[in-house]
Ligand binder design. Structure first.
Ligand code: NZQ
Ligand code: ZN
Length: 388
C-alpha cells in the first residue's frame, strides 16, 4: 500500500427490499424543515413519491419540494435550489433519485450559505466549504455513480461548456442512504446499462495505475467480476433481485473511496467523458463507454503488465504461448464483447458528436496525472478521433 492514509466512511447505509422502513428513524434526527429533491418525473410514476410524502408528514415535517433536477444538473438549477434551501431554513435535504439528484443535493448543501458564487468557488477554484453545510440523506433509485456514499458532486455549466466534479470531504457525504434494489427495476434499459458501465469505469479508473502489488487492485478485480456476472443476468432479467442487488452494492463500493486507498488512480476517462457531456448533455455512462476502448488502447503500451493482469484475472484470458501485449489486448477484446452484450455506446457519433466538435471537446478536457500516460493535447485529440 502506498503512502499514509486514514479510512472512515460516515454514510450509514440501509440496504434491501425493506430499507425504506428505516427512513422515519433517520428523519427523527433532524429538524422540521425538509427539502425534498427529485428528478424529472420517474418518482411520480410509481408509489415512491406518495410513500415518501406520507413518511415525511407522519414524522411531522414541513416539506419544501424541489423537483425537476435534470440528468447532469446545471449551475442555474443549483442557484434556484440554494434559494429554496435558504429561504426555508431547511434542516435536511432528502434526495430521492439517481446520481444527478444526489450530486445536486450535495451541491446545494454546501452552496446555500456559501456567500460566494458556488460555481466559481467549488468547481473552478476547487475551494473547500467554510460555511454551514446542510445535511443530506438519499433514497437511491438509479445505480452507478456511487454518489450515495461519497462526497462527489458534478455540475454542468452549458454556457462555459464545462462539466466539473468536486470531491468534497466527509462532512458532505450523505448522512444516510437507503438502497432498495427493487426501486431500480423501473429504470429504462438504456439507463440501467449506462449505470453498469459507469460502475465498470469507476473500477478501471482506480485500477489502471501504479505498478505495486496492492490489495485495492484485488478488491477491484473481485468487484469487476461480480459486475460482469450480474450485469449479464440483469440485461436479460431486469427484475432478477439477486443480480440487481449485487449491481447496487458493487456500485456503492466501486466509488466510496475504499478501492482508491493506498494507490494511485487515473480518472482521465471521466475527464474525457465529462467534456463530451458538457458539449452534448449525453448520459454519463455512455460518454464513458464511447471513449474507454480507444483510451485504453492508447495507454496500454505504457502499462502492459496491468492490462495483462486484467485480461487474465478478470476475463480469464489464457496467456500460454502469447506475448504480454497480445494477452493485454485480448482482455480489452473480451471487454468489448461484454459491452456489446450490454448495448452501451461504443462511439461518440452515437451520442451526436461530429468530427467538427472534437477540438471544442478537447478544450473542455481536463488532464490528470495519475495514469500510465499523461495525455497532451495531441493525445486527447487522437483518443477522441478514435472514439468517433
Ligand atoms: O429525472 P427522472 O425522471 O427521475 O429520471 C431519471 C433520469 O432521466 C431516470 N431514473 C432514475 N431513477 C429511475 C429513473 N427512471 C425510472 N425509474 C427509476 N427508478 O434515470 C435518468 C438518469 O438519472 P441520473 O440521476 O442522471 O443518472 P446517474 O445516476 O447516472 O447520475 C448521473 C450524474 O452523476 C454524475 C454524472 O456526471 C451525472 O451528472 N456523477 C457523479 C459521481 C459522484 N457523485 O461521485 C461520479 C460519477 O462518475 C458521475 O460523474
Ligand atoms: Zn462515473
Amino acid at each position: 500500500m502506498l503512502g499514509n492514509f486514514s479510512y472512515s466512511n460516515p454514510t450509514k447505509l440501509y440496504f434491501g427490499e425493506n430499507s425504506l422502513d428505516y427512513l422515519s428513524g433517520e428523519l427523527a434526527k433532524y429538524g422540521k424543515n425538509v427539502m425534498l429533491v427529485y428528478g424529472c418525473g420517474s418518482i411520480k410514476k410509481s408509489v415512491l413519491y406518495d410513500k415518501i410524502i406520507k413518511n415525511l408528514k407522519d414524522c411531522g415535517k414541513a416539506v419544501f419540494e424541489d423537483g425537476g433536477v435534470m440528468p447532469n444538473p446545471t449551475v442555474e438549477k443549483l442557484n434556484d435550489g440554494c434559494r429554496i434551501a435558504k429561504d426555508n431554513s431547511v434542516d435536511l435535504i432528502l434526495a430521492v433519485g439517481g446520481g444527478s439528484v444526489c450530486d445536486y443535493s450535495k451541491a446545494v448543501s454546501v452552496s446555500a450559505y456559501c456567500g460566494d458564487d458556488p460555481w466559481e468557488k467549488y468547481f473552478i477554484r476547487f475551494e473547500e466549504p467554510t460555511c454551514k453545510i446542510i445535511p443530506v440523506g438519499c433514497v437511491l433509485t438509479m445505480v452507478g455513480t456511487g454518489s450515495e456514499m461519497n462526497g462527489g458532486s458534478v455540475i454542468t455549466n452549458h454556457a462555459q461548456k464545462l462539466k466539473i466534479g468536486h470531491v468534497f470531504g466527509d462532512e458532505v457525504f450523505p448522512k444516510f442512504s437507503i438502497l432498495n434494489p427493487v426501486l431500480t427495476y423501473t429504470l429504462p434499459k438504456y439507463q440501467m446499462v449506462a449505470g453498469i458501465f459507469d460502475i465498470a469505469s469507476h473500477i478501471m479508473e482506480q485500477y489502471f495505475s501504479g505498478t505495486d502489488d496492492n490489495t485495492s487492485d484485488y478488491l477491484a478485480e473481485g468487484l469487476f467480476k461480480s459486475l460482469v456476472e450480474s450485469s449479464l443476468v440483469a440485461v436479460k432479467e431486469p427484475e432478477n433481485y439477486e443480480a440487481r442487488s449485487n449491481i447496487m452494492w458493487i456500485a456503492t463500493w466501486a466509488l466510496n473511496t475504499l478501492i482508491a486507498k493506498g494507490k494511485t488512480t487515473d480518472w482521465e476517462v471521466h475527464m474525457l467523458g465529462q467534456a463530451v457531456g458538457a458539449h452534448t448533455d449525453a448520459t454519463h455512462g455512455m460518454t464513458l463507454s464511447a471513449v474507454s476502448l480507444p483510451y485504453y488502447k492508447y495507454i496500454l503500451p505504457y502499462g502492459v503488465n496491468k492490462f495483462k493482469r486484467f485480461a487474465i484475472n478478470v476475463w480469464g484470458v489464457n496467456p500460454a504461448g502469447k506475448d504480454d501485449k497480445a494477452v493485454a489486448l485480448e482482455g480489452l477484446k473480451e471487454m468489448e464483447k461484454w459491452m456489446k452484450k450490454l448495448g452501451v455506446a461504443l462511439s461518440l457519433s452515437e451520442l451526436g458528436v461530429k468530427a467538427g466538435d472534437i477540438e471544442g471537446i478537447a478544450d473542455s478536457t481536463l488532464v490528470m496525472d495519475g495514469g500510465y500516460k499523461i495525455l497532451d493535447r495531441a493525445g486527447i485529440v487522437e483518443v477522441l478521433k478514435a472514439s468517433l
